[in-house]
Design a protein around this ligand. Structure first.
Ligand code: PTT
Ligand code: SF4
Length: 611
């Protein structure tokens, strides 16, 4: 095999042992890498119904056949497991030297199972897997952990770690790398913590197997040059994803006060241009020449790396209009290793619950000190409120009741990311049907929808959601390369089959890639259905009630809200186009057509599948 290493590393923490396994060429051909490998491995190796925080869960780090080559933005990997937040499939995408080192160590995926007796660091150095006692690291935040490990192994190795959030099993704890790159929204950090795994260090020194080295070198260099010529390049380097704050405000989709509104009075103060005034440097993922991490000095005089989601969720959504303070909240979230999107949601939820008198604690909107203290309580599960919010917004709403589930902003248990959907039915469908819960990664359809017109619940919108899910949630997540060169700069999709040919020697036109995308998304859907069995229902694909029931009261879209009946008919149109039944379960024929006959057979033992 070329492009792929053809090897996985299985690590058992109970036994303190790592074993390398070869995998069949069919796995590469059918599932490509990254999310495709993770979904297949979790389907094959996890017993349905296990507790995600038990030793039986497996944590998969997986990359794709382009990862690590010198081509645009190829330094990312997927981290996946059964999610403790949703109890379904969970994953995230992290830009990290660990991606490059894992591939150069000779592996396309590392799978960690079991639980270490005491805290450990897993160190994978080419063929060897060793374990380092991590008792002295347990309790440190992610920055301190990375610093200590870098002192031991050097600054250029790959390090993935958890902060106190993961240690204390906060259900949206994520995994942090390189001081400010973080991923695994649905609690991948908690899965790591439950395994007593404080960090993974990856050190690889081999050449990547490449089918056509000369072609790869030339194409990669040409592709990198091409990125630099894109008209939006200079502005992108200045603001990265931060210009989305102004865009969201102008288009009335900026989450504000727990998604009750979609414009924020102080948006300008937390936008891309305000950020430029306090920016000190750019950071980013390896193998990237359009680095987009905006490093600013926060109100605690520490460095904090800002992206749109961080600012929308820890700024407008909680009513905080001071960017340095937003940056300080973002910094502590990175230190503790807590997902900023879910964190902004639980804080917004607590502020609303406090305002409505449903909790005794006083958590006023926009109050920086209270929010910061509460984040610390969450990371350590301190006190009633800290512990309550550490389990996520769905669980918190179940606990406090009084109809708060109507404004607990989540789908399938995962908190909604930074786009309000009162006025955007296609984006609501994207959240409703995303493969990990309410995340924008699979189909960021909102920018298209705002131009195409918001009012309709049309077949064209359903088609667009499916098209984006295939390319973004399917192909990009399997390749694990960053999608932003394409999304933000218009780097053409035609590059990827050419680069794949150079790396693997295989012709993979977009029709073939799209088919893989559909196969992987159907496999993930099958995973959810297998986990939930008879409890699975189409209501799990419906966004929160607030967007259907409470119209916006401010801004140019004042008075608008979603129409539930129309959303439901659009959802059923989506099921039809996907080849799923009226409950959103794939038909047997759909799975068979996608080459997932064995999955259909297995799933049929858990739920009744229609033909
Ligand atoms: C992603 C989610 C996002 S999406 C953001 S900002 W964004 C938040 N970032 C967090 C953070 O930072 N610290 C923290 N403690 N929690 C955070 N949670 C949030 O996590 C990220 C970039 C971004 S910035 C985006 S859109 C793109 N996402 C990609 C993707 O998903 N796939 C892909 N093939 N390419 C992508 N490119 C872009 O990568 P999750 P990163 Mg991320 C500080 O993690 O779980 O996938 O959720 O990893 O390396 O930081 O890159 O406006
Ligand atoms: Fe990472 Fe940004 Fe580069 Fe993508 S564009 S690889 S997120 S630095």
């Amino acid at each position: 095999m070329f492009g792929w290493n053809g090897k996985l590393l299985h690590v058992n923490l109970n036994k303190g042992k790592g074993v390398a396994d070869k995998y069949e060429a069919g796995m590469a051909k059918n599932f490509l890498g990254g999310r495709g490998f993770a979904a297949k491995i979790l389907w094959d190796e996890l017993k349905p119904g296990i507790d995600p925080l038990s030793p039986e869960n497996k944590l998969v780090f997986a990359a794709g056949p382009l990862t690590g080559f010198a081509l645009p933005s190829s330094g990312k990997l997927i981290v996946a497991a059964k999610s403790p937040l949703t109890w379904g499939y969970g994953d995230g995408n992290i830009g990290t030297f660990a991606a490059v080192h894992m591939r150069k160590a000779g592996y396309d995926a590392v799978i960690v199972e079991g639980k270490a007796q005491d805290p450990v660091v897993l160190v994978v150095r080419d063929e060897s897997a060793e374990f380092l006692d991590a008792k002295n690291l347990w309790g440190l935040n992610s920055f301190e952990t990375v610093r200590k490990l870098a002192e031991l192994y050097g600054r250029t190795v790959g390090i993935l770690c958890i902060g106190q959030g993961g240690e204390n099993l906060v259900k949206y704890a994520n995994i942090v790398s390189q001081e400010g790159r973080a991923g695994g929204r649905p609690g991948m950090g908690a899965v790591m913590g439950a395994k007593n795994l404080k960090a993974v260090v990856l050190i690889g020194s081999n050449e990547l197997p490449v089918a056509n080295p000369k072609e790869m070198k030339e194409l990669g260099a040409e592709a990198l040059r091409e990125v630099l010529t894109k008209p939006n390049y200079a502005f992108w380097k200045r603001q990265g994803t931060m210009s989305t704050v102004e865009w969201s405000q102008e288009n009335s989709v900026l989450p504000t006060h727990n998604y009750s509104e979609a414009v924020f009075k102080e948006a300008e103060a937390i936008g891309g241009f305000a950020m430029e005034k306090i920016k000190v440097s750019n950071r980013g993922c390896p193998q990237c020449n359009m680095t987009c991490g905006n490093v600013v000095k926060d109100s605690d005089r520490k460095e904090s790396e800002l992206d749109y989601e961080n600012v929308a969720m820890l700024g407008s959504n909680i009513g905080l209009g001071n960017l340095r303070r937003v940056a300080a909240l973002n910094r502590v979230a990175d230190e503790y290793g807590l997902d900023t999107i879910s964190l902004g949601n639980v804080l917004g939820f607590a502020m609303e619950a406090s305002e409505k008198g449903l909790i005794t604690e006083k958590v006023p909107w926009g109050m920086f000190k209270t929010a910061k203290a509460l984040i610390s309580d969450i990371a350590y599960r301190r006190g009633y409120l800290g512990n309550l919010l550490a389990d996520g917004v769905y669980s918190a709403s179940e606990e406090i009741g009084h109809g708060s589930n109507r404004w607990a902003m989540q789908v399938k248990g995962l908190e909604v990311s930074g786009y309000d959907c009162h006025t955007t039915p296609a984006m609501a469908l994207s959240y409703g049907t995303c493969s990990i819960g309410a995340h924008h990664k699979d189909a960021w359809v909102i920018s298209w929808e705002v131009k195409a017109g918001r009012k309709g619940y049309t077949a064209e919108k359903v088609d667009k959601v499916i098209e984006l899910q295939r390319v973004r949630g399917g192909v990009f997540e399997c390749l694990t390369v960053c999608r932003l060169p394409w999304v933000e700069l218009g780097f053409e999709l035609e590059w990827y089959p050419k680069l794949l040919h150079a790396a693997t020697g295989t012709e993979m036109p977009w029709e073939a890639l799209n088919l893989i995308g559909d196969r992987v998304l159907n496999l993930i859907r099958a995973f959810w259905v297998r986990e939930f069995g008879k409890k699975w229902n189409s209501g799990m694909d419906v966004p929160p009630a607030r967007w259907f029931e409470e119209p916006l009261t401010e801004g140019p879209m004042k008075g608008m809200k979603l129409d539930r009946a129309k959303y439901e008919s659009m959802l059923h149109m989506y099921y039809g186009k996907r080849g799923w039944d009226e409950h959103g379960v794939p038909l047997k024929s759909t799975l068979n057509k996608l080459g997932l006959k064995d999955i259909a057979h297995d799933l049929g033992r858990h739920v009744k599948l229609s033909d």
